[in-house]
Design a protein around this ligand. Structure first.
Ligand SMILES: [Zn+2]
Length: 79
């Protein structure tokens, strides 16, 4: 997770302040004390299996069903 300086838009660094950790900018005097937990999570959408099977159909492969099953098993093994 990257935080940016609201003054000059550079990346903020974490440093140890007199009371607690704090975000600081390396090019301007901006400082922000960290008084609570900071974090974020993102959950990217998984790729659809049907899309990959459609690609195999367009390849004109005669063993398309077998390839689709192999592809699904492979994708499941990836988690
Ligand atoms: Zn700055």
């Amino acid at each position: 997770m990257l935080l940016f300086c609201p003054t000059c838009a550079n990346i903020l660094q974490v440093e140890e302040g007199p009371k607690c950790l704090r975000f600081s900018c390396s090019t301007c005097p901006y400082v922000h004390n960290i008084t609570r937990r900071v974090g974020s999570r993102s959950y990217p959408k998984r790729k659809e299996v049907r899309h990959s099977c459609r690609t195999l159909h367009h390849m004109g492969n005669g063993d398309c069903l077998l390839n689709c099953v192999r592809l699904i098993i492979f994708l499941i093994s990836l988690g």
